[in-house]
Design a protein around this ligand. Structure first.
Ligand SMILES: Nc1nc2c(ncn2[C@@H]2O[C@H](COP(=O)(O)OP(=O)(O)OP(=O)(O)O)[C@@H](O)[C@H]2O)c(=O)[nH]1
Ligand SMILES: [Mg+2]
Length: 472
């Protein structure tokens, strides 16, 4: 499939001229007091007029709210009391005629309204179809559309801020700026291919410097994207350790509530316990696990098996040990279970129970293979150091300064573009003629165009928007 054309309202986005509809708000019983059914397309207003009765002399004008009732045209019965918002093309999210019914939030009523809308000639929207139309009609570039989906999925305030920067076009401007710079160089090179004699000589060194500068900036964006990924997806952090070292106490400390049962009996936690929290803006799922030890107890064995699985599947591991007992052979064995690639922190707990803080050093492993922090899950001492060390180990400590962040799709394209520029620079270094330089340069430009949606195929678009939620 070839690249799609954007910018011609309705034609490109909506070849069949159909009108789509969906419930645009969260769908769960009792979840909200208002629910919105949204329609977009040429029939939106006609369907609205058919199903909505506005009493008195209210006028059907664009960007005006009408009060009235949703009515079933089959029997004239009122289905809900509602507000109607009409936004005529092109002044709407999709650049098409849009009608929104703001109904009462009950699930039954809003589904009934959607049924009426569909019976009146609208088609149920696919996932992300409103956003896809907005994109195809030139209302948004691809990075902004993706940022909207990220805003909806954001699990922390920092993640939402980053999504907002994307909605504002921060990423689009950055990428479009780099693409422009490459296009400038391409134009110079191509001109020399055709009209070398008529033009002033081209300074190859300057071209190479510019390509190199763009490449470096792309590589930096790729490197920073890891931080953005953490913000979007969050981290799964497993707390593991021998029984009674204070794992559940640590979970309670970090989640600031009595989430897990704590007792002085070893083997208290029998099953995995998850707690969602946000540390320094990073969303985190913390897993409290059953203490690992040899045991004949069947239930405890099953719990320990789950601990091992959690340990293997985590993005980071906090291996807790008891400072009073010191670092033991059993702790060392546990450490061997942590896969090498997984960021690991050794956390000495119960420092409050040591006679003096200096003694902690003697209780920690003699030649640690991972950073060591000492804390007290009981008093909270060392909590901030632990959080900083954990985020540092996971490469998340730069998150506060992040301005824009590529998602997975964008990162792949940016990395490929940087690699193309690298090849182009190698060609240049070998002293080959100008037209050889342009081959990889063109690929880099196309890759950046695919990030913003300037150059992207229909199949890729479908894949991107199908990840959005229905009604967006
Ligand atoms: N003095 C002191 N006691 C602690 C500290 N952290 C936990 N404890 C005590 O250690 C005991 C075990 O704590 P838990 O949090 O249940 O330990 P656990 O690692 O979850 O134990 P299991 O679930 O059995 O594996 C309890 O009596 C806690 O009060 C600490 O920092 N200092
Ligand atoms: Mg426990």
């Amino acid at each position: 499939m070839g690249p799609v054309t954007r910018g011609e309202v309705t034609d490109a986005a909506n070849p069949n001229g159909d009108t789509i509809a969906a419930i645009a708000t969260a769908v769960a019983a009792g979840a909200g007091s208002v629910a919105i059914v949204r329609l977009s397309g040429p029939q939106a207003e006609a369907i609205g007029r058919r199903l909505f009765q506005a009493p008195g002399a209210q006028r059907w004008e664009s960007h005006r709210v009408l009060y009235g009732h949703m009515v079933d045209p089959a029997d004239g019965r009122r289905v809900d009391e509602a507000l109607l918002l009409l936004m005529r093309a092109p002044r709407s999210f999709t650049c098409e005629d849009v009608v929104e019914f703001h109904c009462h939030g009950g699930l039954i009523a809003v589904r009934r309204v959607l049924e009426l809308v569909l019976a009146a000639g609208a088609r149920l929207a696919g996932a992300g179809e409103f956003s896809q139309r907005a994109f195809l009609n030139g209302r948004l570039d691809l990075t902004r559309a993706e940022a909207i989906a990220e805003m909806i999925a954001a699990r922390s305030r920092r993640a939402a801020e980053l999504a907002m920067a994307g909605i504002d076009g921060g990423l689009q401007r950055r990428i479009a700026g780099l693409r422009e710079r490459l296009l400038d160089q391409l134009a110079e090179l191509e001109a020399r291919v055709d009209f070398e004699e008529d033009l002033p000589a081209l300074d190859g060194t300057a071209v190479r410097a510019e390509l190199g500068a763009v490449q470096a900036e792309l590589e930096q964006l790729v490197a920073e994207s890891r931080q953005g990924e953490l913000l979007r997806a969050g981290l799964r952090v497993a707390i593991v350790g021998r029984p009674n070292v204070g794992k559940s106490s640590l979970l309670n400390l970090l989640s600031r509530r009595e989430r897990a049962i704590v007792t002085d009996l070893p083997g208290t936690t029998r099953d995995l316990l998850e707690s969602d929290l946000v540390l320094e803006g990073v969303p985190l799922t913390l897993l409290d696990t059953a203490g690992i030890r040899p045991t004949a107890d069947r239930v405890e064995q099953l719990g320990i098996e789950r601990s091992r699985q959690a340990l293997a599947g985590a993005d980071a591991v906090l291996l807790l040990f008891d400072l009073v007992a010191g670092w033991t052979a059993a702790d060392q064995e546990l450490q061997a279970l942590v896969p090498e690639a997984v960021p690991l922190l050794l956390v000495g707990n119960k420092c409050d129970a040591l006679p003096e803080r200096a003694a902690a050093a003697e209780a920690t492993p003699p030649s640690p293979q991972a950073p060591v922090v000492t804390i007290s899950a009981l008093t909270g001492a060392g909590r901030d150091d632990l959080v900083a060390a954990l985020l540092g180990q996971c490469g998340a400590s730069e998150i506060q300064g992040l301005q824009v962040a590529l998602n997975g799709r964008q990162r792949e394209l940016a990395a490929a573009a940087a690699a193309s520029l690298e090849r182009s620079l190698e060609t240049a270094a070998r002293g080959l003629p100008w037209d050889f330089w342009t081959i990889d340069l063109r690929d880099a430009i196309a890759g950046l165009g695919a990030i913003t949606g300037e150059e992207v195929s229909e199949a890729v678009l479908d894949r991107i928007f199908s990840r959005f939620c229905i009604g967006k």
